[in-house]
Design a protein around this ligand. Structure first.
Ligand code: FES
Length: 300
């Protein structure tokens, strides 16, 4: 009897578990995506480092909205293009052309927000995100070609290109869904954490000097504790953006900066002062009692 090969310990188990995860595994490990990602990041670097870029990025990430902006906008082009396809089937070609144009215009705005989110990804997510973007660009090109054919009165070609574009964009949407629901990209990494109801000692007081960040273990997950001007602060250590260790970040003026992509959170209330995070950081209550730093989950 032939024994099944031993699983590769270096390979994520999620890439082996189903046909679609195996397919995605092949795609996201493609070497050319890594090279293309580096090239694109090189091109974007001057823009990302330009004065005022942080504010523009915050706008594009959706910090003002309280969650990621890109997924909100993705409904627009898909909805317009789907409407155009239905109207084409119904023989309403002028109206279909209007929706097709609106879909292509909204796709450009959607792509810009997606590109902003992509610049704060790493590794597999960055490669899969680039593939998602490239497939979307292909879908947009087909829709623009469809619009051009409509304007030239080539109705058959316009419809075919529109249907093909919709199919390609749907494949890109699948990859986008995998990034959000399968990988947790731009979702709140602290969404299911609440902290204990009762005060729990986490550190002897002398081990928390003023203005020094410490990571402590609270029932199996990490919490950042910090003391300044006699007040003790505590918040989830895993950054709400992508889980970066806030305890390894700098604190300045009561604001901690994530070492991974630079999100900034106010210690007193967890508010996001700068993205790419769009969700506030979960804060816990903290105090010093009988020589111990104690923490508990926030009430309300
Ligand atoms: S993990 Fe991305 S900013 Fe913290």
């Amino acid at each position: 009897m032939v024994e099944a090969p031993a699983p590769d310990p270096e390979r994520l188990s999620t890439l082996e578990s189903s046909w679609n995860s195996r397919l995605l595994g092949v795609l996201e490990e493609a070497g050319w995506l890594e090279g293309a990602s580096e090239t694109l990041m090189g091109w974007l670097q001057p823009l990302l480092a330009a004065p005022g870029a942080a504010r523009v990025k915050d706008l594009l990430h959706g910090r003002w909205l309280g969650h990621a902006l890109h997924p909100v906008l993705t409904d627009a082009p898909i909805g317009f293009w789907m409407g155009a396809a239905v109207l084409d089937l119904a023989g309403q070609e002028f109206a279909a052309g209007l929706l097709s144009g609106a879909g292509s215009a909204s796709a450009v705005a959607t792509a810009v927000t997606g590109l902003a989110d992509w610049t704060v990804t790493d590794g597999r997510e960055r490669r899969l995100g680039l593939l998602h973007g490239l497939v979307n660009v292909a879908g947009l090109c087909l829709q623009v070609a469809s619009l051009g054919a409509r304007l030239q009165g080539r109705r058959g070609a316009a419809k075919s290109l529109s249907y093909a574009g919709l199919g390609v964009s749907s494949a890109a949407a699948y990859l986008g869904g995998e990034l959000v629901f399968g990988r947790g990209l731009m979702v709140n990494h602290d969404a299911w954490t609440a902290g204990p109801d009762e005060w729990t000692p986490v550190l002897p007081s002398p081990q928390l000097p003023e203005r020094v960040t410490r990571r402590v273990d609270l029932r199996g997950h990490s919490v950042l504790v910090y003391r300044e001007a006699g007040r003790v602060y505590a918040m989830e250590d895993a950054c709400a953006h992508a889980g970066g260790p806030l305890s390894e970040g700098e604190v300045e003026d009561g604001v901690v900066t994530c070492p991974w992509h630079g999100s900034r959170f106010r210690l007193k209330d967890g508010a996001v002062m700068r993205g790419p995070a769009t969700f506030p950081q979960l804060r816990l209550q903290a105090r010093e009692r009988q020589g111990q730093i104690e923490v508990r989950g926030r009430k309300g």
